[in-house]
Design a protein around this ligand. Structure first.
Ligand code: OAD
Length: 245
């Protein structure tokens, strides 16, 4: 670990210990070391697959079986994965910062499984299903594609697809929390996808300190107060360790 990185981690520890309104914003990179592929960047899913054919509303209407093939594959993969040191470190930090929140773009439930509280799921939950015809919402069953128990239409995966808006209640709360936080830790997201990628701007408007933890630079690296370059599971447990000392 470089001298710079060690210094930045120490600086973050001191900022974190003073923070009273802490928000985490997480993306696919935090779950990479749990074995779940990211979407963009090196080995990202969207390098091999076309999101408009597999993860959009129009694709779902045109060919729900193909969309379900992709989501059933991801459900199985995610079901076999476990939270890593980064998810656990966030959950531990939350034990000390009880009014902190996790805003996540991930649909994998690994924050919950690591014991985090106060989670806003901006892009839904891959183990849920939704009926675009009658509004039924429930757990995924074994059938692929699953059918609605009320109206027998094919159910949609319980995630936000391209061409869909974010769930209103979650989005409103995410803006409220971002606009009132004093520290935002942005972990493992390329900040490519709107509207989630506008949340750091709300934090900045409130003069919050915004810090990025990522293996690469992102769309908003220049906006950050500082960036920690490295894997989430390497850096977050180090911050947690320092917080305990
Ligand atoms: P991306 O795949 O766009 O970005 C993942 C980010 O994680 C990149 O910036 C990587 O550099 C970084 N990264 C990779 N490994 C890492 C590690 N071990 N530690 C820290 N950072 C790491 O994922 P998101 O930004 O989450 O939407 O993508 C946003 C949305 O686009 C997703 O929620 C999904 C996708 O289409 C939906 O499914 C609706």
């Amino acid at each position: 670990m470089s001298r710079n990185l060690i210094d930045s981690i120490k600086l973050l520890k001191s900022i974190l210990s003073k923070s009273e309104h802490l928000v985490f914003l997480t993306g696919a990179g935090i779950s990479k070391e749990s074995g779940i592929p990211t979407f963009r960047g090196y080995e990202g899913l969207w390098k091999t697959y076309d999101p408009m054919k597999l993860a959009s509303v129009s694709a779902f209407i045109e060919n729900p079986s193909l969309v379900w093939e992709f989501y059933a594959y991801r459900q199985k993969l995610i079901g076999e994965c476990h939270p890593n040191g980064a998810h656990i470190a966030i959950s531990n930090i939350q034990q000390q910062k009880r009014n902190s929140w996790v805003l996540t773009q991930n649909v994998d439930n690994l924050h919950e499984r690591a014991g985090s509280k106060n989670i806003i799921k901006l892009h839904g939950n891959i183990f849920k299903v939704y009926c675009i015809h009658c509004g039924y919402y429930g757990n995924m069953d074994r059938n692929v594609p699953p059918l609605c128990p009320n109206c027998n239409n094919v159910l949609k995966p319980g995630v936000v697809l391209f061409e869909e808006t974010l769930p209103q209640k979650e989005w409103t709360k995410a803006i409220e929390l971002s606009s009132s936080c004093d520290l935002m830790l942005i972990i493992g997201t390329s900040l490519n996808v709107s509207p989630a990628n506008t949340l750091p701007l709300y934090a900045k408007d409130n003069n919050a300190i915004v810090v990025e933890i990522n293996t690469e630079t992102t769309e908003l690296t220049k906006l950050m107060d500082f960036s920690l370059q490295g894997t989430a599971s390497e850096i977050l447990p180090k911050i947690m360790g320092l917080l305990e000392n």
